[in-house]
Design a protein around this ligand. Sequence first.
Ligand code: S3P
Length: 434
Amino acid sequence: MRSGPLTGRIRVPGDKSISHRSLMFGALATGATRISGLLEAGDVLGTAEILKALGASIARQADGSWLVHGRGVGGLTQPQSDLDFGNSGTGTRLMLGVLAGHGFLARLTGDASLSRRPMGRVLKPLKQMGLEVVEGDKLTLPITVRGRSRPIPITYTLDVPSAQVKSAVLLCGLHAPGETTVIEHEATRDHTERMLKHFGADIRVTETKGGRAITVQGDAELKGRDVVVPADPSSAAFLIAAGAMVPGSDVTVEGVLINPTRTGFYIILKEMGADITFLNERVEGGEPIADIRVKGSNLHGVRVPPERAPSMIDEYPVLAVLAATATGRTRMEGLAELRAKESDRLAATAAGLTANGVVARVEGDTLEVEGRTGIPGGGRVETHMDHRIAMAFLVLGLVVQRPVIVDDISIVDTSFPQFGTLMTSLGANLRAAA
Ligand code: S3P
């Protein structure tokens, strides 16, 4: 609901991408991996359960860190029951890469949202590496797969700019004899490359005419390591957006990951005229981080070019909400991948804005939003089991005339269970609808 200025200094939970990877790489390493700042949210805790079902030992410690005792590359064991990935596309796609390097059967399931999402993009290269799809329509969950303990090393050029597909191929490549290479035309998030190196894998990145080539040496041995998970820039984006659009606000989010493959949203925010600064820039656990401060700002519409998409792919719903409060039109191009997320985010974002009196158009892969003052609100937003749609429209509620109603906020727990508490601590007016 409409709120006064938001003020305060807060910390948001650990990065989801890095959290998933730290558990998986720990499970594939020998020895102990200690993770501090792990995101304790549905998607990541689901990955921990799955790795336990595959034989890794994972436990939360009294000090809040997590301790993983891995089985070594290729050392996981056949699960006794289905692997339920819940809502998590990252968990599923990365683990398909891991499973492709183990010679046993596994059946993968997920919730209604995940069961609609495309798996062909990751199965295509993994089948070239020897993964067999034993049961299922081969494009969506549920599927049963059988990997190989000696997969075939390949060179694969990504046909969608997806860090998930890149990571799946590299993870399978760890088990292969020889070198596995992934070539990407557009840089996607590089946490897998950084963290595999940290765990001792032989991995190198070269710029080629065909794009950026990432090569991992097979027959790898990973060694357990300490991992510090920085705060998630995709979660921070909701609070920063809220601070930028509510007049008089002054919000600082501490220790946020500012890896250049993840900061597109913050760059665009600056281009829209936001008063936003990165303070106290430093490196923690091999990743650059900063405290991000934003003040209530007069924003103007911008064109967001397609090449920005991979570095802010999860931030478009909240950017579109922000654009609704800016002066003029914001045009976001090259958003085909938004249709393959937890929901069709192009359609869900446009529908939520329209329901609240904002003019929003989808034309092909472009989303256009007409900014306005005095947004009426009063609309009901369907989240379609998508946490980021839920949070984006709760943020819209801060500046509208009549409350925005979000149909299901429970899904927020998959990535950011503290969202409501943190928003309220800054002064936001959120409440459960009667
Ligand atoms: C992720 C990559 C992105 C992103 C997702 C997390 C990852 O998906 O949307 O939330 O951890 O690798 P794609 O790489 O498929 O675009």
